[in-house]
Structures are given as structure tokens and as C-alpha cells.
Design a protein around this ligand. Structure first.
Ligand SMILES: NC(=O)c1ccc[n+]([C@@H]2O[C@H](COP(=O)([O-])OP(=O)(O)OC[C@H]3O[C@@H](n4cnc5c(N)ncnc54)[C@H](O)[C@@H]3O)[C@@H](O)[C@H]2O)c1
Length: 340
């Protein structure tokens, strides 16, 4: 069986590729390297440096995948307010383009990486279930929700491919890009620890998240094409242990023996407490959740990985800023990446 993975050079994509190879699949992947690193692509996978928004039919007809896993996206959620056109083009048009090419070669199953961002600001602190109202509050979440609708409507209209949609949240772990200044608070804190810089925290740091170690997320995604209960279904996926951003900073400082110095920044408009209910994913992928490691263990593994490697140069946003109003001051140094 053959799987095509978009975003294969990224954090989650490279782990999913590794899982698929270990399950015996032939793996090929697309990535434009705006956010990922070619070194992340497993050596047994075929790699195509391509943009998902450009025609990809030639690669699809050559490789003839049975399954496509569409993980490519520009995922800096907070920044998406300031680059809405780029966000919708890259994330929504890119998804439509990949799904169309996948259908033209007759794939059986399409996996889409959505996000907890589709829920927007929850109206209570109760964990979000897959049937909680979806009222996304930024262009990133709006594009993800539109993609979900597109994938489902496509299935209804054409009778295929079947699909699985995942809504991951706050994923961290080995191979995460610690040099992206606009997303991944875990990665940002590890980079600051390595560079001896204060940890930047928006507001008072009391906002809580359930940080999710990569293994659980990558293994659920990898298992989904073969899991009957994952056909035409949507899953929250990630960890259950919640932590405030301030406590996360202190924990990473302790693990890396860095000074626990926090640089408190003005609060930004963000969800205060984001937690997802994973009962549905646990019942579809019980073996994955039964072997899940603790948040602390995940942070220890990430700390060991980060300790052994140099800090890569900053990965900047691949777009010009479209709306500078309300751009956090720490994001003002933004610019295009050297790859563009
Ligand atoms: N990491 C998280 O916490 C998280 C949470 C929710 C959802 N997600 C989603 O999971 C997916 C993977 O996220 P990640 O954390 O691995 O991010 P990542 O940036 O590490 O990986 C995304 C990859 O997609 C590539 N890419 C972006 N636009 C592309 C395009 N137009 N054409 C080709 N390649 C392109 C990037 O170069 C990068 O390698 C994304 O869709 C993201 O929105 C991630």
C-alpha cells in the first residue's frame, strides 16, 4: 500500500512518515520546505519539493497513492490574523488542490490534519468534544474548518474518498522546530533555555493547554487508514494533562537547568483554556492511548533531543505582513524566508 504525505518535512509529517514506514507502507511526500527541513524526511521515503498550491498531478499519477495524508499548512495561528490572504491561499486552496489531485488518481482514503482551533473560544472550561460548537476566532481556524467541510462535502458529492479528520492540539516533541518565533510555545521555551534568554509569556501565563507528545498524535494518524472506526470520522487527538504556560516555562527551565526568568508581554487575544475530550479517539485507537507516555516524560525526551543539537536559524513567516495593526511588538521583525 502507498501513502502520499504532504508536509512530510515538518514535525508531525516526518513522524507520521516514520510510523507508516514501520507499518510496511511505501511512503512518498511533498513539502515546499517553508517550515520543514529536508533532514526530517525519512531516508526510505520518496521526497518531492513542491508547493501544495501548485499542480501536483504528475507526482500523484507517478506514485499512485492509495491514501493521502494532507498535513502541510502554515500553522502560526496567532499570526494568521495578520496574513489572512496568505493563510487562506496556502491552507484552504492548498487542501482543495491536493484533494482534487488525489481524487483524480482514485485514492481510497484522505486524512486531513485540522486543529483544535476550529472550536474558537470555548464557552466553558469543559473539555471540547467533537460535537462542541465550532466558532473559530482566527483565519487559521476558519481555514481548517472550511477544509473539514470541503473534505466532507467532496465525499458526499463524489462518493469518495473516505476520510479521517484529526483535530490535534499543542503537539510537541523531537524534531519540532524550536526556531519558529511565531508558534509552538514548547519549542520557543526550549530555544530560550538553550540561548539563555528569558521565556516570553503573553499575559500572566495562567492560560492552560494540554500539551500533547508527538507519539500519540502520529500513531493515531498512521493507524487511521486501517481502522474501521476512523472511516468518515473526526477526532480530537492529543494529551490530557493540562498545564499553565507559566508552569510549562518553569518545568522546561528545571529540565534544562536554565534560569527560570520570564519576560511577561502584553496579553494577546487568545483562548484562555483549551482542553479536548479524547474519548472518541481512545475508543478508535485504544492501543495508542494505552502506550501513551506522561507529559513529564515527553518533556524529558524533548529536552534530551534539543540538548544534542544546535539551534537552527529563525524560520520566518513565508508571507509579507498584510495587516500590521495590533501585531505584537515581538513579531515586528517579521520578513520573508530566504527560501522564497
Ligand atoms: N503542531 C501542532 O501543535 C498542531 C496542532 C494542530 C494542528 N496541526 C496541524 O498539523 C499539521 C502539521 O503541523 P506541524 O506542527 O508538523 O507543522 P510544521 O510546520 O512542522 O509542518 C508543516 C509542513 O508543511 C509544509 N508546508 C506548508 N505549506 C506548504 C505548501 N503550500 N506546500 C508544501 N508544503 C507546505 C512546511 O514546509 C512544513 O514542513 C499542520 O496542518 C498543522 O496545521 C499542528
Amino acid at each position: 500500500m502507498r501513502v502520499m504525505i504532504t508536509g512530510i518535512a515538518g514535525f508531525i509529517g516526518s513522524h507520521v512518515a516514520e510510523e507508516m514506514l514501520s507499518l510496511g507502507w511505501d511512503v512518498a511526500g511533498i513539502d515546499d520546505l517553508t517550515g520543514g527541513f529536508v533532514e526530517n524526511v525519512p531516508s526510505d521515503a520518496r521526497f518531492f519539493k513542491r508547493d501544495c498550491c501548485e499542480p501536483v498531478d504528475d507526482i500523484f499519477s507517478d506514485f499512485r497513492p492509495d491514501v493521502v495524508m494532507h498535513l502541510a499548512a502554515y500553522a502560526a495561528e496567532g499570526l494568521s490574523h495578520h496574513i489572512p490572504n496568505f493563510n487562506y491561499h496556502n491552507n484552504l486552496v492548498g487542501t482543495s488542490n491536493v484533494l482534487g489531485a488525489a481524487h483524480r488518481v482514485g485514492i481510497a482514503h484522505f486524512v486531513f490534519a485540522s486543529s483544535i482551533a476550529v472550536y474558537g473560544h470555548p464557552s466553558s472550561n469543559a473539555p471540547l468534544t467533537e460535537s462542541s460548537p465550532c466558532v473559530p476566532c482566527d483565519p487559521y481556524g476558519i481555514a481548517k474548518l472550511a477544509c473539514e467541510h470541503h473534505v466532507q462535502a467532496f465525499h458526499r458529492y463524489y462518493g469518495g474518498p473516505s476520510y479521517t479528520i484529526f483535530r490535534p492540539h499543542n503537539v510537541f516533541g523531537t524534531r519540532q522546530n524550536i526556531s519558529d518565533p511565531y508558534r509552538n510555545v514548547v519549542g520557543i521555551f526550549f530555544r530560550c533555555a538553550k540561548q539563555g534568554a528569558a521565556f516570553p509569556v503573553f499575559g500572566d501565563g495562567s492560560q492552560t493547554r494540554s500539551f500533547s507528545y508527538i507519539d500519540t498524535v502520529a500513531k493515531c494518524i498512521a493507524a487511521s487508514p486501517s481502522a474501521d472506526r476512523a472511516k468518515n470520522a473526526i477526532f480530537n487527538v492529543g494529551g490530557d494533562q493540562s498545564l499553565s504556560v507559566r508552569d510549562l516555562a518553569l518545568e522546561i527551565a528545571e529540565l534544562t537547568r536554565a534560569a527560570p526568568e520570564i519576560n511577561y508581554l502584553p496579553p494577546r487575544n487568545e483562548v484562555l483554556h483549551a482542553h479536548a475530550d479524547h474519548r472518541k479517539a481512545k475508543s478508535a485507537f485504544p492501543e495508542v492511548f494505552n502506550s501513551a507516555i506522561s507529559l513529564r516524560k515527553g518533556l524529558e525526551l524533548t529536552a534530551a533531543y534539543v540538548a544534542d543539537r544546535p539551534v537552527p536559524p529563525p524560520t520566518l513567516c513565508p508571507s509579507e505582513i498584510e495587516i500590521a495593526d495590533r501585531l505584537p511588538p515581538t513579531w515586528r521583525t517579521i520578513g520573508r524566508t530566504s527560501q522564497n
